[in-house]
Design a protein around this ligand. Sequence first.
Ligand SMILES: Cc1cc2nc3c(=O)[nH]c(=O)nc-3n(C[C@H](O)[C@H](O)[C@H](O)COP(=O)(O)O)c2cc1C
Length: 281
Amino acid sequence: MPDNDAAKALQDALAVRFGERLPIDTNLAGLAELAAIAAHRSHRRYLPKPVAAELVRLLCACALSAPSKSDLQQSDILVVDDGAIRSEIAAKIPDNPWIGTAPVFLVFLANGRRQPSIAHLRNKPFPNDHLDLFFNAVSNCSIVLATFIRAAEAVGLGCCPISAIRDHAALVSELLQLPERVIPLAGLCLGWPSERGHISPRLGLETTVHHDRYSVRDLAADIEAYDRRRNEGRPPWKQRNIDRFGEAQFYGWSEDKARQYAEPLRADFGGFVREKGFKLD
Ligand SMILES: Cc1cc2nc3c(=O)[nH]c(=O)nc-3n(C[C@H](O)[C@H](O)[C@H](O)COP(=O)(O)O)c2cc1C
């Protein structure tokens, strides 16, 4: 049966996201799910309503059902129940107050520990203690995080991942008693959204989808078009670091990201990862 409503919702969401009205076959299966994926938005404000522990566990199970490279299962989810631990993390990141106010706070862990431990248990050599171990664990954990968000949004919950915890990776690691070769990928705030939120426009598909060969396009033109499209639908950004860079007449996504990354960020993270026992060569 054609699902005209879901097809329209999907097309509308993608038009806001990419500035393009994609043709949608109304007979396609799963249109409602695609519409929900396309309408994704991060949520940072929540109703004062608890999220049942059983629901959190159910979402963890769904997230950990995600595909896993070679079935290695190099990801864990840590539910931070202890208010004192959460407060200590939140206090370090005052510009993300949702860490303290979200009904639930989780930390997604990239786990490069299990594989070498299993090799030891099974009395086998482990000649793969190099960058690939780190890369696999991080990519696996990223997929689990994305799947958790998708599952949470399916039941009406809202999420906000928190990579800002990596600005304090050693402290987080100590508070959560993370063993060797287990590192935090991101935190995640979870709760029932108190507002609808908005769809955040992305770069055009002509910039990010390639066929057969990577196409090197005119980045300046693509970015200019994206900056303009993005600012049309949204109130202007609060300009970063005016003291250093002045006030821009037109302030778009690219100016914001350039200013954001003009400051050193997490320069000590490589040292932390090595300290946790990962070899990055
Ligand atoms: C791995 C990851 C880390 C993130 N870290 C933070 C964070 O520390 N603080 C925050 O407020 N949002 C964080 N976000 C949310 C992004 O800012 C958000 O996804 C982005 O602005 C796009 O908006 P959307 O998710 O609504 O499409 C993170 C998102 C991801 C995927």
